[in-house]
Design a binder for this molecule. Structure first.
Ligand SMILES: Cc1cc2nc3c(=O)[nH]c(=O)nc-3n(C[C@H](O)[C@H](O)[C@H](O)COP(=O)(O)OP(=O)(O)OC[C@H]3O[C@@H](n4cnc5c(N)ncnc54)[C@H](O)[C@@H]3O)c2cc1C
Length: 411
């Protein structure tokens, strides 16, 4: 069998590409080759099982890597509205929440996988599971090789993802390495949207506590990114949505990296000192261990007092003005040295990938004509919030249109 389009990888981008191509050109023979025993295994885990399918505010500012060259074309032609319409046609009603995040109305990631799988089969896309493509050669047509079989195709769309989420969901990076071995340039891979390991034992003492904070990532002392939200202290370091959102630079950038928490962003330093002086007056009969009780989390308050070398058993009335300033300083700048992340398996996306300089703006590989790339395998990653799936869907659509156009032009 000579396929018109062989799609390698039955994840978000690959399934979309196959369905989209088949809907435009029903006469084409299209197959999806998936290494695992089922398609969409990672998709089922997305959005804590709810699948944050896209985001109303997807624009260039939410993406990283080699974005600029590719962004304009892909995102203007394959917009969030187009993605929503595509899912509507295959049975997924997309609902938007106030912050722009979108989900299937069922709030079930499994329903998204079902819809994609049904749509592929109804439209006549062949799905071949347990089929890991180990090599690809380009002669007159493409030859795709597994360890035991060979397939031929006129065009190929590779949507093989990278390393995030771990091997159980198909993330192995082997196809990326294969392309690199064929001279296609790749950008360094690092985990992003991931928990951050910190160097001190304070987070261990505060393990399990969640609180809202302004989270800043400091690179060599300069703020590189700021996000607000709920931070979770853990035995290895810090987690929670704003931590995941600022994590990208931790393994990617050199130099000193710190996470700074502003636990009371609603007050400036002077205002906070005034409040603490007022508390010193009102609570003068208490001991320091309860000085911050009722103002911030009790255990966090006590740890901060200890960091200021304040004896917890002393009387509040004895706190010096310099103590008040030290406390206010840590409440506004609770700093942790970032020493790493919890790694690819725990990350939601991989930063880096096949360099966009290796691709034309229709996602065709310059060095291997007829091969198109889509999804995470390309050096584009988005913020947390539905942006990565939006990239997977829209790059899948673009790769599909580009491959079908090439086939049309060849006739
Ligand atoms: C826990 C978790 C939660 C997430 N939640 C969200 C979310 O809510 N919203 C969001 O926008 N993003 C989320 N993401 C990110 C999002 O899932 C990915 O960006 C997206 O799935 C990438 O799509 P893809 O098709 O490029 O790759 P994948 O979905 O990883 O699919 C690649 C497929 O290719 C197969 N494959 C690999 N190599 C080969 C080979 N050689 N031969 C054959 N098959 C191969 C793999 O088995 C896999 O099925 C989350 C990620 C994780 C890990």
């Amino acid at each position: 069998m000579l396929y018109d389009i062989a799609v390698i990888g039955g994840g978000a981008a690959g399934l979309t590409a196959a369905i989209y191509a088949k809907k435009q050109q029903p006469q084409l023979n299209i197959a999806v080759f998936e290494a695992l025993d089922r398609v969409g295994k990672k998709l089922i885990t997305t959005g804590n099982g709810r699948c944050n399918i896209t985001n109303r505010y997807a624009d260039v500012s939410r993406y990283h890597g080699g974005v600029v060259n590719l962004f304009e074309k892909t995102f203007s032609e394959y917009s969030v509205d187009k993605v929503v319409a595509f899912f509507g046609e295959i049975g997924i009603d997309v609902v938007f929440e106030d912050d722009g995040r979108a989900y299937p109305r069922s709030y079930q990631a499994s329903s998204v996988v079902d819809a994609l799988r049904f749509a592929a089969l109804e439209n006549g896309v062949e799905i071949i599971c347990n089929c890991k493509i180990a090599d690809i050669e380009k002669g007159k047509v493409f030859t795709l090789k597994t360890n035991s079989a060979t397939y031929n195709a006129k065009t190929v769309i590779a949507a093989t993802g990278l390393l995030s989420g771990g091997k159980s969901v198909g993330s192995c990076g082997s196809f990326y390495e294969l392309l690199k071995s064929k001279g296609v340039k790749g950008e360094k891979l690092t985990p992003a949207i991931v928990q951050i390991k910190t160097s001190n034992d304070i987070t261990k003492q505060l393990k399990g506590i969640k609180l809202n904070a302004d989270v800043s990532l400091l690179l060599d002392g300069k703020r590189a990114r700021k996000e607000f939200g709920e931070v979770l202290f853990t035995d290895y370091g810090l987690s929670g949505p704003p931590i995941l959102q600022v994590s990208r630079a931790v393994e990617r950038e050199n130099g000193d990296k710190k996470i700074s928490l502003d636990l009371l962003p609603e007050y400036n330093f002077g205002g906070l000192c005034d409040i603490l002086c007022e508390r010193r007056k009102n609570l003068s009969k208490r001991t320091n261990d309860n000085f911050l009780t009722g103002f911030i989390n009790k255990r966090v308050g006590q740890v901060i007092l200890k960091l200021c070398n304040i004896k917890l058993t002393d009387a509040v009335s004895n706190l010096l003005d310099s103590d008040i300033k030290n406390i206010a300083n840590i409440l506004k700048k609770f700093e942790f040295k970032a020493v790493g992340t919890t790694g690819f398996a725990n990350s939601q996306v991989t930063a880096g990938g096949i360099s966009v300089s290796e691709l034309y703006d229709n996602l065709e590989c310059k060095k291997i004509k007829g091969l198109f790339l889509a999804g995470e395998v390309v050096d584009i990653d988005g913020d947390c919030g539905g942006f990565n799936l939006q990239w997977a869907w829209c790059s899948g659509m673009l790769a599909a249109d580009s491959a079908t156009k090439l086939l049309r032009d060849q006739i």
